[in-house]
Design a protein around this ligand. Structure first.
Ligand code: BGC
Length: 369
């Protein structure tokens, strides 16, 4: 009887989960404990932010998240708010009223993220901040990378590239991420901890420094164009991710300065890796999204089965509310021409995607076979 009831509840949950990537059929018979544990688990709703600020949200995260939930046999619905805060809230309302057991979000800003998390909490739904901490959001768990460490790798990477070029007192421009993304604050904390002492002792000269609203790549291009127009002497660019980096590289190309001015990045996107192979980008930061997705799914699966997760062994202090959020924080890795091959070997991007005709020689030179 009880089992029957559970099965019924699970079926009705699945029936309401209309859209997108449901892990129901393909995953239902996988895994050793199979049917009964899947039947006991509620659905997990995931909202990703956009598809423009980085390759990851449209390609990598949904792929790895879906695979993780499928493997666990737990139903999942993954949607993307396409950069629209109203849409974000509409999706959340739909997931909450459909009775998800767990809601996982990547906020578009802390204000709207907080509103969604509070609604979910009122409905008795467990919440996870995925990748971005929602300030004062009160999520039950947070899964991300050590984002200050990401910034430090970017700062150190730029220092190394500028030193290799043996430039004296190079002017460094900074293109920061979105001012409403707590991660952007943490990345900047990381790279400024490396760059500020260099500005202070006169090794580098502090150039223009600007935030890019919503990590918008097009705006980044406009911003960097203005930076370069007013300061022709820019010799290095700390760009907070590959999209912003590519925007700067496009402007540098127009001015025939690409390759001479090192630019940083983040996310190990296909475009970022190709820019590195071409010599136009100094480095990127590889964050193993599969590990992040697996860690988040592991938490969500436990919560969906009404079990207490055991994997969030760290904590992150919410700088606004002061709350200690139980967390899983992963280590990022610095990527330069020498180890682009590691990202391919890890299965994050394929050789075919990176080593297209234009990059075939550079790939061979970089030991990608
Ligand atoms: C993520 C980065 C991403 C950026 C823009 C950040 O919160 O951590 O991986 O490049 O958002 O989407």
């Amino acid at each position: 009887m009880r089992k029957g009831l559970f099965a019924l509840a699970a079926v009705s949950l699945l029936a309401t989960g209309s859209i997108a990537a449901c892990g129901d059929d393909s995953g239902s018979d996988s895994g050793s404990s199979g049917g009964s544990s899947a039947a006991a688990a509620g659905k997990v709703g995931i909202i990703l932010p956009d598809t423009k600020s980085s390759q990851r949200w449209g390609t990598d995260d949904p792929k790895f998240l879906k695979a993780a939930f499928d493997a666990a046999g737990v139903p999942v619905e993954i949607q993307n708010a396409q950069g629209d805060k109203t849409q974000f809230q509409t999706i959340a309302d739909g997931m909450i009223s459909s009775g998800v057991a767990v809601l996982m979000i990547v906020n578009l800003d802390s204000g709207t993220g907080k509103a969604v998390l509070e609604k979910a909490k009122k409905a008795g739904i467990a919440t996870i901040d995925y990748d971005r901490l929602t300030l004062s959001g009160g999520a039950d768990y947070y899964v991300s990378f050590d984002n200050v460490a990401v910034g430090k790798l970017q700062g150190e990477g730029l220092v190394k590239c500028l030193e290799d070029k043996k430039l004296t007192k190079p002017v460094v421009a900074e293109l920061n991420g979105s001012p409403t993304d707590n991660n952007a604050t943490l990345f900047a904390e990381g790279y400024d901890s490396i760059l500020n002492p260099k500005y202070a002792d006169g090794t580098f000269v502090k150039g223009p420094n600007q935030d890019v609203p919503d990590w918008d790549n097009a705006q980044a291009g406009t911003i960097f164009e203005q930076m370069l127009t007013s300061n022709k002497n820019i010799k290095g660019v700390l760009a907070a991710n590959d999209g912003l980096g590519n925007a700067a590289i496009s402007v540098l190309k127009k001015n025939k300065l690409n390759g001479q001015v090192p630019v940083t990045g983040q996310d190990a996107t296909v475009q970022g890796l190709q820019n590195i192979l071409a010599g136009d980008q100094c480095m990127t930061v590889y964050k193993a999204i599969k590990k992040e997705a697996d860690a988040a799914a592991e938490l969500a699966v436990a919560l969906a089965k009404k079990q207490k997760p055991t994997t969030a062994t760290g904590t992150t202090k919410d700088p606004e509310s002061g709350a200690d959020v139980p967390s899983v924080l992963l280590e990022p890795q610095s990527i330069t021409k020498e180890n682009v091959k590691d990202v391919i070997a890890d299965g994050f991007v394929t050789k075919d995607a990176v080593c297209t005709a234009d990059f075939a020689k550079a790939c061979t030179d970089a030991g990608i076979s």
